[in-house]
Design a binder for this molecule. Structure first.
Ligand code: ADP
Ligand code: ZN
Ligand code: MG
Length: 485
C-alpha cells in the first residue's frame, strides 16, 4: 500500500490560446479554420527567405486585454524573439515568440474552491507568439503539411506553481477559458485546438519547503484529459518515490486511450532554442493611453457577472454558475428578467428555474443555443409572470410551454385558445371541496384513521372537476378545513 496522503502535488499550467484576429500575426493571410489546405498562405507565413513580417496590432491589443483581465502588469516595451528549432511544420526554422520580457507579467485569477472559499492562482506571464503549421501523420500516404495555421496568433499563459490538485487545475483552466470567451478574443474550444494546455506536475512531502522535480505533460486535448493526466501523473510520481526511485525531469505525453503518460523526451534531449531578438521586427511599445483605453473598455468578466447575478437577482451560487457559464444564456436571462412584471426574488427564482431546467433540457436535446429555441424573452417573461402570480399552475405552465415550443405562440394566446387559466375562485373551490368530502364518507374515514395517501385522492377529484385548472394552494386550504373538521 502506497502512503499517498503524505504527499501533496504542485502544478503549473501553460495554456496556449489561438486568438480570433481576422488575419495572421505577421502577414495579411486569413486565419479562417477549415479552409482548403495551404490556401491561406504567403511568403511570410511559409517562411520564404527574405519575406518580412509586420506585426498585427490586433494581436497586441488582445494580449493586453487578457493581461488586464487577469490582473497582470503590462510591459511598456517588450521584445519579439526568435525561438529556433527544426521541425517540418516550421519552415522558417524558428517561431516568433517572446522570451525574457513578455508583454504581460505578474497577474492572478481567482478560482472558487467551494461556495465560500476563493483561491488566487498566480500568473507568471502572458506572451505573444505564432502558431506553427500542422503535420498530418495519420494517413497511409505520407506526412502531409498544412500551413494555414502557420502564423496564426497565440498567447501563452503561464501560471505560477500554485495549483495543488487536478480539480484546481480544472477550475483554473475553465476560468481562463471563460475570460477569453468573455473578452471575445478566443473561441476557447479545446477540442478544436484553439485552447491547448500543458501541465507541469511534481510532488513533495506535505510540509516540505522545496518543490520536487517536475515533469511536463503534453497532448491534453480536453478538460477531462487534463484532469485525468494530472491525477495519473501524481500517483505515478508518488509510486516512483515510495519505491525508492527518483523523478527525472522530462516531457511526457498523455495517452488518452491507455490512460497513462509516457516519456517523450528527457532533459538531456531538451532543445536549446537559442533565443535572440527578432531583427525584422521593432519592439512592441504600449503607450499608457492605449493601455488605459483597453482597461476602460473591458467587459464585465465571468466572476464579476456571477457575483452580480447572485446579488442583483438573489440567485444561488449554483444557479448563477450555470447562467454565466454561457454568455448567450446569461444575456437571455437578463433580457427576460428586465421584462418581468415584478422584479423580486420570487419572480427571478421562477425564471431561473425555468431556464435551468426546462429550457436547458431542450438546449441539450436539440443541440441549439437558448436563443434558437423559438422562445422570445417577451414570451418567456409572460409565462413566468403568469406562473409566479399564480394565474396558472405549474402543470398548466408546462403544457403552455410545450405549446410555445411547438407553435411559437405567446402564452396568453395559448391560454385563451385552450381555455387554460387557473381557477382561483375561492367560493367555487370551497363548494367543490365541501361536496367531495361530503360525498366520500368512506374515504374521509380512512383518511382520518391514518391513510394519509388518500389526500391525493381528494385533490385529484377537485382537479377532475376543473379539468386540472384549480389552484392547488386553494384546494389545499379547503381540504385542510373540511378534512380536519
Ligand atoms: P521550464 O524551465 O521547464 O520552462 P518554468 O520555470 O518556466 O519551467 O515553469 C514552467 C511551468 O512549470 C510554470 O507553469 C511553472 O509554474 C511550473 N513549475 C515550475 N516548477 C514546478 C515544479 N517544481 N512543479 C510543478 N510545476 C512547476
Ligand atoms: Zn501569410
Ligand atoms: Mg519556461
Amino acid at each position: 500500500m502506497i502512503n499517498s496522503y503524505k504527499y501533496e502535488a504542485v502544478i503549473g499550467l501553460e495554456v496556449h490560446s489561438q486568438l480570433l484576429t481576422e488575419t495572421k500575426a505577421f502577414c495579411g493571410c486569413s486565419t479562417k479554420f477549415g479552409d482548403f489546405p495551404n490556401s491561406n498562405t504567403c511568403p511570410v507565413c511559409l517562411g520564404m527567405p527574405g519575406a518580412l513580417p509586420v506585426l498585427n496590432e490586433k494581436l497586441v491589443d488582445f494580449a493586453i486585454k487578457m493581461g488586464l483581465a487577469t490582473n497582470c502588469s503590462i510591459r511598456k516595451t517588450s521584445t519579439l524573439s526568435r525561438k529556433n528549432y527544426f521541425y517540418e511544420d516550421l519552415t522558417k526554422g524558428y517561431q516568433i515568440s517572446q522570451y525574457e520580457d513578455p508583454i504581460c507579467y505578474d497577474g492572478y485569477i481567482e478560482i472558487e474552491k467551494s461556495d465560500t472559499e476563493i483561491k488566487k492562482i498566480g500568473l507568471t506571464r502572458i506572451h505573444i507568439e505564432e502558431d506553427t503549421g500542422k503535420s498530418i501523420h495519420d494517413l497511409d500516404i505520407d506526412t502531409l503539411l498544412d500551413f494555414n495555421r502557420s502564423g496564426v496568433p497565440l498567447i501563452e499563459i503561464v501560471s505560477e506553481p500554485d495549483i495543488r490538485d487536478a480539480d484546481e487545475a480544472y477550475k483554473y483552466l475553465e476560468q481562463i477559458r471563460q475570460i477569453l470567451i468573455y473578452l471575445g478574443i478566443s473561441s476557447g474550444n479545446m477540442e478544436e485546438g484553439a485552447l491547448r494546455c500543458d501541465a507541469n506536475v511534481s510532488v513533495r512531502l506535505i510540509g516540505a519547503e522545496k518543490f520536487g522535480t517536475k515533469t511536463e505533460v503534453k497532448n491534453l486535448n480536453s478538460f477531462r484529459n487534463v484532469q485525468k493526466a494530472i491525477e495519473y501523473e501524481i500517483s505515478r510520481q508518488i509510486e516512483v518515490i515510495e519505491n525508492g526511485g527518483k523523478i527525472t525531469q522530462e516531457t511526457r505525453l498523455w495517452d488518452a486511450s491507455k490512460h497513462i503518460t509516457r516519456v517523450m523526451r528527457t532533459k538531456e534531449m531538451a532543445h536549446d532554442y537559442r533565443y535572440f531578438p527578432e531583427p525584422d521586427l521593432l519592439q512592441v511599445y504600449v503607450a499608457d493611453e492605449w493601455k488605459n483605453e483597453i482597461q476602460n473598455s473591458l467587459p464585465e468578466l465571468p466572476m464579476q457577472k456571477k457575483k452580480r447575478f447572485m446579488q442583483e437577482y438573489h440567485l444561488s451560487n449554483y444557479d448563477a454558475t450555470i447562467l454565466i457559464n454561457d454568455i448567450i444564456l446569461s444575456r437571455y436571462f437578463e433580457q427576460t428578467a428586465a421584462i418581468l412584471n415584478e422584479k423580486n426574488e420570487k419572480y427571478f427564482k421562477v425564471l431561473t428555474n425555468w431556464i435551468n431546467t426546462e429550457m436547458l433540457r431542450l438546449v441539450a436535446e436539440q443541440n441549439k443555443k437558448i436563443n434558437e429555441l423559438g422562445i422570445t424573452s417577451d414570451n418567456l417573461a409572460e409565462l413566468v409572470d403568469l406562473f409566479a402570480s399564480e394565474i396558472i399552475s405549474s402543470r398548466i405552465a408546462k403544457d403552455v410551454f410545450a405549446e410555445m415550443i411547438a407553435t411559437g405562440k405567446s402564452p396568453s394566446q395559448i391560454i385563451e385558445e385552450k381555455n387554460l387559466v387557473q381557477v382561483s375562485d375561492e367560493t367555487l373551490i370551497d363548494n367543490l371541496v365541501k361536496d367531495i368530502v361530503a360525498n366520500n364518507p368512506e374515504s374521509v374515514e380512512k383518511y382520518k384513521s391514518g391513510r394519509n395517501n388518500l389526500y391525493g385522492f381528494f385533490v385529484g377529484q377537485v382537479m377532475k372537476q376543473t379539468q386540472g385548472k384549480a389552484n392547488p394552494k386553494i384546494i389545499n386550504k379547503y381540504l385542510d378545513i373540511y378534512l380536519n373538521q
